[in-house]
Ligand binder design. Sequence first.
Ligand code: NZQ
Ligand code: ZN
Length: 385
Amino acid sequence: MNNFEFFCPTKVLFGKNTISELPKLIDKSHRILMIYGGGSIKKNGVYDQVKKALEGYQLFEFGGIEPNPKYETCMKAVEMIKQENIDFLLAVGGGSTLDGTKFIAAAAKYEGDNAYDAILVREEPVKDALPIADVITLPATGSEMNNGAVISRLATNEKLPFHSDLVFPRFSIIDPQVTFSLPQKQTINGIVDTFVHVMEQYCTYDVNTPLQDDWALGILRTLINEAPKVLAEPNDYEARANIFWCATCGLNYWISLGAVQDWATHMIGHELTAFYGIDHGQSLAIVLPRLLKNQKVSKSKKLAKLAREVFGVNETVDLKAADKAIDNIEEFFNSIGMKTKLSDYEIDSMDAAEKIKDRFNKRNTALGEKGNITAETAFEILKNC
Ligand code: NZQ
Ligand code: ZN
């Protein structure tokens, strides 16, 4: 096992009717900006629950954070924060709303004139940020218990991540009941995103982390068992609760402690979203199977373990078991209604392969746990997508 540090200051309130606990968590002296997305919270009652819980608070609102949150929109919230002297941000929505809020928190305190270049392009360490918290409404990103965010820029078709301990949520409220209203497509996206988060942290090379591996495989098994239940019965509280906790634990980095991480599927997937606008979960479902085939030899031990322990594959030769793991993963995605080919989204694979190769060449990109996924390798992976 490799050395590791672990830090996560987020208080988690999980379960039914936890939104009503808000007053216990935020001091009344704050000038709070409630940040939300395109309006789902107004339809499913979450907005009303938050307003009721925070009655009597100095509460301001900023709506309109898009899926794949845009830098341009976030900067409008920063203006409002400065005008209204806001000192606490409450994200109410999915991962996009929360990621946007993380960036807004850092940009509001950034003293230079281009927060995008500093925080996202040059990845300068964030020196200060407003305190944030969230009511998370979509199980997928794990953003509710991590220090990361991914921001898109319309002007340049870019989608870039940043990390800072200063943007960990102070608290996250997770009431699985709020996910009853999710469109089926978003439920599926979230299940796939969680599955791939686990793969990025588990499916590399073995450095003897059996406990972390078992946690990782436990999340995959739970997803596979619970996914059909929520798809058949969207109001199944127990299944919704289990899926949500899988999502949170899938990216609070607990399963990666002391292990080696990959993240190449995500970085290639982000480019597909940046160029073609497909959902994050969809981009991952397309890239993962082809990336695993391309990297099968170096990942064979972990893939074989996954095949045997998650999919019950009875195959003693690791490379053959690895192939079966990849086939089973793609079949699982398809079985829950997730399409896994670029052509399913009317995207030409050669066009995508060329565009992303060019961009990775310009950035000198080298991805994956061994840094061996270069622009050329990404091209090979994408042309088979
Ligand atoms: O915008 P509203 O109207 O709220 O509707 C949203 C949106 O249209 C809707 N929705 C959310 N909760 C709902 C709901 N509709 C009904 N009922 C509810 N309870 O769902 C749509 C998608 O929401 P979004 O927030 O975009 O989805 P998700 O949570 O999957 O977030 C995706 C973003 O997170 C980033 C992705 O790249 C993408 O930009 N990621 C963030 C990570 C992190 N911070 O650690 C890691 C991930 O790998 C991921 O990259
Ligand atoms: Zn993801």
